[in-house]
Design a protein around this ligand. Structure first.
Ligand SMILES: Cc1cc2nc3c(=O)[nH]c(=O)nc-3n(C[C@H](O)[C@H](O)[C@H](O)COP(=O)(O)O)c2cc1C
Length: 417
């Protein structure tokens, strides 16, 4: 059994066409990537490829990283059951959401500043998503603009919004996303205050980047990254900017030394359901909120007419000791399943994790770091490799659990102890 055509045979020629210039040719790219047998392999290689400050910025969590670890532990505690003597020879990971098909029930999560991982990283992620047949979510703090992403052919484009204190600025951004044909809007509601991530201070890494001896030394140890990611930006006119931030307000990825406090934090800690209501009036397409943990908040999302909720702890990057989303999924599904779409992220590293999430009531998952690990190694081809690994593992788990289709994945596939 193979995956849906878009991720199987049809994909390889397009992957090759997109081989990064740093690799001799397309087949070399594929051969190199085939060495990475799972997401953990990609992570390991990514750690070597990137400066420590950049890698830890992507990879780590907040405070004591209890949520980061807890996400994986929670998936590990959920067991799967064989379902025997079922014909799974025609199994497929194909799914649909908001009336449109997907090659698998997964979308690329918004991850600001992917453009530091790979030159024009968001474009590469969007192209990988197009080939993989899944949606790509552009984050508010990205270096690639809404309009540039709109030019990527054939991708389902979603936009993630951090609502700013100045609401009118945010509504202008939302209007740009609508004008550019973005399909869905995800309002992130789990970041009322900046999280505490101590390693960024230890590594002297921040956004905007403020030059320091420590970080410059770190970068000098990674000449391939400097030449492949940063140099092209410099040759094209300077360090990348956060594409959606107004001039002078957090828009540069690099700030003059000693001026890091000169940049105001635009995000508001005064967001309420009134903002959600207003957004519902403004945005006509699917509207979701991201960062829900409580059944009562999920129920309120239904009342407000939202098309979906994302159960997320931001990949363990925000509130430390936050519950793992997979732990609260069953009670939230009991409250709102069938009334709004249930999306889950945080900690998915194997295709089997996707099956676990679907079995417990999710309609779709988001994935953040896995594609970033691949991206940092080989751009679009690397991100696509990460997605293909997850899809292949999902299909394997479906085979063992007797699920020929995504619709077959239900509670009987899991054992909670
Ligand atoms: C480097 C990085 C940047 C992120 N930036 C954003 C962001 O701008 N907006 C947002 O809503 N979530 C952001 N997230 C959270 C992701 O959307 C997602 O919730 C998380 O990565 C899921 O966990 P996973 O990485 O284990 O898949 C970011 C995550 C990472 C790793």
């Amino acid at each position: 059994m193979t995956g849906p055509p878009i991720l199987a045979g049809a994909q390889s020629s397009r992957v090759e066409a997109a081989a990064p210039p740093s690799l001799a040719n397309a087949s070399t790219t594929s051969r190199v990537l085939e060495r990475y047998l799972n997401i953990a392999d990609l992570r390991h290689a990514s750690r070597k490829r990137l400066p420590r400050g950049v890698f830890e910025f992507f990879d780590r969590g907040s405070e004591d990283e209890l949520s980061l670890a807890g996400n994986r532990e929670a998936f590990a505690r959920i067991k799967l059951r064989n379902k025997v003597l079922v014909d799974v020879s025609q199994r497929t990971t194909a799914a649909s959401l908001f009336g449109k098909p997907l090659s698998m029930p997964l979308a690329i999560a918004p991850t600001g500043v992917a453009g530091v991982c790979w030159h024009e990283g968001e474009m590469e992620l969007a192209r990988a998503a197009a080939i993989a047949g899944i949606p790509f979510t552009l984050a508010t703090p990205s270096v690639t603009s809404i309009e540039k992403i709109a030019a990527v052919e054939g991708v389902r484009k979603w936009f993630q919004l951090y609502m700013w204190r100045d609401r009118e600025l945010s509504y202008k951004l939302v209007q740009r996303a609508a004008d550019a044909g973005f399909e869905a809007l995800i309002l992130t509601v789990d970041t009322p205050v900046p999280p505490i991530r101590e390693y960024n201070r230890r590594n002297a890494f921040s956004v905007p980047y403020v030059p320091s001896l420590r970080s410059l030394f770190d970068m000098s140890l990674h000449p391939r990254w400097l030449a492949g990611v940063i140099l092209p930006y410099l040759l094209a006119g300077g360090m990348p900017k956060l594409a959606h931030y107004p001039p002078g307000a957090h828009s540069r990825m690099a700030a003059p030394a000693g001026r890091q406090n000169a940049v105001p934090n635009l995000r508001g800690d005064d967001l309420t359901w009134d903002d959600v209501k207003r957004l519902r009036d403004v945005w006509k397409g699917p509207l979701l909120i991201k960062g829900v943990h409580l059944p009562e908040d999920a129920a309120r999302a239904v009342v407000e007419g939202l098309d979906g909720i994302v159960i997320s702890n931001h990949g363990g990057r925000n509130l430390d000791s936050a519950v793992a989303p997979i732990q609260v999924l069953p009670e939230i599904a009991a409250e709102v399943a069938g009334k709004t779409k249930i999306i889950l992220d945080s900690g998915i590293r194997r295709g089997g994790d996707i099956v676990k999430a679907l079995a417990l009531g999710a309609d779709l998952v988001l994935s953040g770091r896995p594609a970033l690990y691949g991206l940092s190694l080989a751009g679009q081809a690397g991100a696509l490799h990460a997605l293909s690994l997850l899809r292949k593992e999902m299909e394997t788990t479906m085979g063992f659990t007797g699920c020929a289709s995504v619709a077959d994945i239900g509670p009987r596939a899991v054992w909670l102890g």
